[in-house]
Design a protein around this ligand. Sequence first.
Ligand SMILES: CC(C)(COP(=O)(O)OP(=O)(O)OC[C@H]1O[C@@H](n2cnc3c(N)ncnc32)[C@H](O)[C@@H]1OP(=O)(O)O)[C@@H](O)C(=O)NCCC(=O)NCCS
Length: 190
Amino acid sequence: MIIEEILKEYPKKIVIKNGEEVILRPLQKYDAERLFRFFKEGIEEEELALLKDNVKDPNTISRWCRDIHYERVFPLVAEKTSGEIIGDATLHMRDFGWAKFIGKIRFAVSKKYRNLGVGSTMIRELIEVARKLNLDKLWAEVISTQTAAQKALERLGFEKAGTIPKLAKDHQGNIHDVHIYILDIWKQEY
Ligand SMILES: CC(C)(COP(=O)(O)OP(=O)(O)OC[C@H]1O[C@@H](n2cnc3c(N)ncnc32)[C@H](O)[C@@H]1OP(=O)(O)O)[C@@H](O)C(=O)NCCC(=O)NCCS
């Protein structure tokens, strides 16, 4: 399936565990301010320090929203009906080389909307997108302290393929192991 066909499937409405309606849709050019607010207000300082990009810099977010190439990075947001972004999950792809059939995922959910299935639903949605794009594997890097992420991935069929000891250093200088989780997309239905 080509990316344009996938984009036509959105927005999608879901109902989360507290009964609220939430919309899943790809990130758009006009989302910069709302996405910036999501990271600023929704994610704790120590969690921000474990992300790969400096989302406290508005230029980072502006760049993401300006340079949207869904076939390279497919960014999915979860949005309340009021327009507040409460979740962000991305699927990163390559168009060349041995990693061409591997998608890397990253995800975060606003503190006050955790444990309501938003994270799992967004990961499941990215699995579907990856399947439609004919990828073979999904890859997620999780720091050992990110236990909720490990739980969500394992429940969705991801397997811990390995651990790189003492790879990550947080903003306080603490060292953490990094787990590599892999999903074989075609192994079973999710
Ligand atoms: C990982 C994250 C996205 C999960 O979002 P979420 O919407 O709360 O996810 P879900 O509700 O779908 O599932 C979370 C599961 O973890 C469980 N969980 C929550 N806190 C936990 C903890 N400290 N230890 C273990 N499991 C935990 C929940 O109970 C839930 O499982 P359940 O549905 O069986 O009860 C969210 O915690 C987050 O944004 N963390 C910071 C960013 C991050 O770690 N990203 C991953 C690396 S890219």
